[in-house]
Design a protein around this ligand. Sequence first.
Ligand code: GDP
Length: 301
Amino acid sequence: MFEKLREAFSSLTKIVSEKKLSEKEVDDILFNFQLTLLESDVAQEVVEKICADLRSQLMGMSVERSKDVGELVRERLRTSILEIFAKTGTVDVPGLIEAAKEKGEPFVILFLGINGTGKTTTVAKFAYFLKQNGFSVAVAAGDTHRAGAIEQLTQHADRMSVKVVAQRYGADPAAVARDGVLYAKAHHVDVLIVDSAGRMQTNQNLMEEMGKIVRVVSPNLKIFIGDSLAGNDAISQAQMFSKYTGFDGAILTKTDADTKGGAALSIAFVTGRPIMFLGVGQEYKDLKKFDANSFVDLLLG
Ligand code: GDP
């Protein structure tokens, strides 16, 4: 997992530990480091932040250097990355649901994302996570465009004994979402998860459709699903959803197969929203709460 980014960090700390660096050498090292970060799907803005932080540290150390310089650089990298995640805050999903329950209202979660990113699987994993936490769940099949989407969601839901609220293909997704809310209210269901369509993010209609669902059901939480294997595409999709519908947090899927590792860092930085969970496999249980410290430990060793 995330091998490429881990390798970039470890070779940087190794180089700077080995010899005294001139200003030119610092620049050359940082230039190569920047390239590796970019190749690891770290967005340009994030690369600039990390390298600016590092440059000041490396230059400051050029006169009086110690053997622990590699360790200092690692610490600087750790601080730089943790700063990015600290700015986004976190989302306490069970806490928010409990608060809604006290008011006697269903908690509505809208899932946003492009087809193929693992959205449907993640809706199922999330329903499983909520059930494991003792909440009752229903799902609304809001992707009324993609052939098979309703059946796929229904199959998952049946396996978990979760109710699916659906209409025919081509129906208005906002109407499906509203039906879902009415069902959840009538049956005292704690959480309604609304799936949505995922045609390409450049499609203006898709963004308008998402905007309509948001207006009609006012979700308590909007979660963006990004495919960590999609690299820069995942980052631009996140920016697009962030701009048109806004979202409260992101789930990154397929991180178990991601050898690069830059997507989490980049999405958090460019949208200012937290990474809430990581998809780490194809089973329902394979949804892991994101923890910034563990993520940095994994990257920096
Ligand atoms: P959707 O089109 O966005 O609804 O995508 P699907 O939910 O149908 O998922 C597409 C593929 O990605 C399926 O084969 C899923 O099993 C797979 N997938 C989803 N999440 C993960 C994950 O976290 N890890 C791995 N390895 N595969 C995943």
